[in-house]
Write a protein that binds this ligand. Structure first.
Ligand code: AMP
Ligand code: ZN
Length: 462
């Protein structure tokens, strides 16, 4: 697979360092509330990335952390009057439920920050010892960015207006600080009254780890100091990933991640999601509006990951139609393949172009287009040829994590309506137009619209 690399700013072939398993890390959710569909754009694209590699026969090792201690989790658990661990466990459960609904594969390892405190403290000790970190008067420990000349290489700081010299005196204690404020960042945060009971002992006194540190410590634990790929939403490039690189390379040596895969943000109605505008959607919000998680997934993979994706409710209706069309095509192919001819093939047949698109910088919209083209190409195939094409289709659908709806939603039509509509269809076939029109009106009075086509009719509630 060829994939864009943020560090090199270009496409690069992906080859596992150990020659067999692609080992990668994704920054996981901060569990202080339900994840929104923007977060899920990132997690779904990471899932397509992994599924594509696995469909191509590569083994993967997927590590994704859980941020279960930071400014926000502490603040909101305190406000809810619930112990931090209990609070974050509840939101993690919800996150898992959502991921499952979206058909995302669970990571192979999912470590939490709180259970990796000793590793984080050990990393700070190593940084202090090597002169990359210092304890300040406030009892916190900071990373000295001046001590790492390569700081800024991922986000290409050199091409931005900042310079290390200008701002090196400043310090940031908040987990998330302003973009473009270049500062020594916090590794260990001294205990504050508003943290309540959420503090731990360390050689520098009571406190808790800074947010950036947890990923470095867990990566060292599960992937070591050289691994294949690191991923997250584009907002993490600076400062989070820049800080991870600084911490890890200074504490552990090695080259850290070889490849950086960042997903561009999702926009809603052309702008940033916001609670006050009322367009910060969770899966539950969309379920209330009648949309399934698989329809959401379809929308999320409908745009290339390096382009902004503008989410609208109309795009969900479009996804429903596209999925129904896909399901119809797949059923027709299966009927022509006949029973007992399920083949597992390593070929993609008419879906080869879809597969190529996926392997070319994870071009998911190209892959979706390729599936529809493939279905048209396969529309005349019969028997074993159809079975082969069907196997190719199933493989590409697996790579995209698409599960097709079973049958069209005919089950919701009441039996008496269905009977009347069937009778009308017979009248139409017998060219009894008057009777057919009469029954159309009758159905309309009962709340159902009939739409005719060559193959049959469709019933929709009015
Ligand atoms: P968080 O739970 O805030 O730590 O974020 C989890 C993941 O979602 C991170 O990789 C973020 O970069 C990503 N993310 C946050 N907002 C968006 C968005 N609007 N679109 C895409 N990814 C996002
Ligand atoms: Zn991280």
């Amino acid at each position: 697979m060829r994939l864009h690399d943020t560090l090199e700013r270009g496409l690069r072939d992906l080859r596992p360092i150990d020659g067999s398993t692609l080992r990668f890390y994704c920054c996981g959710p901060t569990v202080y509330g339900p994840a929104h569909i923007g977060n899920f754009r990132t997690f779904v694209m990471q899932d397509v990335f992994r599924r594509t590699l696995e469909t191509g026969g590569m083994r993967t090792f997927h590590v994704r952390n859980v941020t279960d201690v930071d400014d926000k989790t502490i603040r909101d658990s305190q406000a809810a009057g619930v112990p931090l661990g209990e609070f974050t466990a509840g939101w993690l459960e919800r996150f898992h439920r959502d991921c499952q609904a979206l058909n995302c594969l669970p990571p192979h390892v999912e470590p939490g920050a709180v259970e990796h405190l000793p590793q984080q403290i050990a990393m700070i000790e190593a940084l202090v010892e090597k002169g990359h970190a210092y304890a300040a008067e406030d009892g916190s420990v900071y990373f000295r960015i001046e001590s790492f000349p390569e700081y800024g290489s991922l986000s290409h700081l050199d091409t931005r207006e900042l310079s290390l010299g200008k701002t090196q005196q400043s310090r940031a204690n908040a987990d998330e600080y302003e973009k473009d404020s270049l500062a020594d960042f916090v590794l260990w945060k001294a205990r504050r009254p508003e943290d309540g009971p959420n503090f731990w002992k360390s050689p520098w006194g009571e406190g808790r780890p800074g947010w950036h540190l947890e990923c470095s410590a867990m990566i060292q634990e599960y992937l070591g100091s050289d691994f294949d790929l690191h991923s997250g939403g584009v907002d993490l490039v600076f400062p989070h990933h820049e800080n991870e690189i600084a911490q890890s390379r200074c504490a552990c040596g090695g080259n850290f991640a070889r490849h950086w895969f960042h997903i561009t943000h999702l926009l809603v109605d052309g702008g940033k999601m916001s609670k006050s505008v009322g367009n910060l959607y969770t899966l539950d919000d969309l379920a209330e509006k009648g949309f399934t998680a698989l329809e959401v997934r379809y929308v999320l993979i409908g745009a290339h990951y390096r382009k902004p994706l503008n989410f609208t409710l109309e795009s969900l209706s479009g996804a429903r139609e596209a999925l129904a069309k896909l399901a119809k095509g797949a059923r027709s192919l299966a009927e022509r393949a006949g029973e007992g001819t399920m083949l597992d093939s390593v070929e993609f047949g008419p879906f080869e172009s879809a597969w190529e698109a996926l392997n070319d910088d994870l071009n998911t919209p190209g892959a979706l287009g390729g599936i529809f083209t493939g279905l048209r190409e396969a529309s005349k195939l019969e028997g074993v040829d159809a079975a082969r094409a069907l196997a190719g289709l199933n493989r590409i659908l697996r790579a995209l994590g698409i599960e097709l709806p079973e049958e069209e939603a005919a089950a919701d039509v009441p039996a008496e309506i269905r009977a009347l509509a069937d009778e009308r269809w017979q009248a139409r076939l017998g060219k009894d137009w008057a009777r057919s029109d009469e029954m159309r009106d009758q159905l309309a009075e009962m709340g159902w619209a009939v739409k005719d086509s060559k193959e049959g009719y469709e019933l929709n509630p009015i």
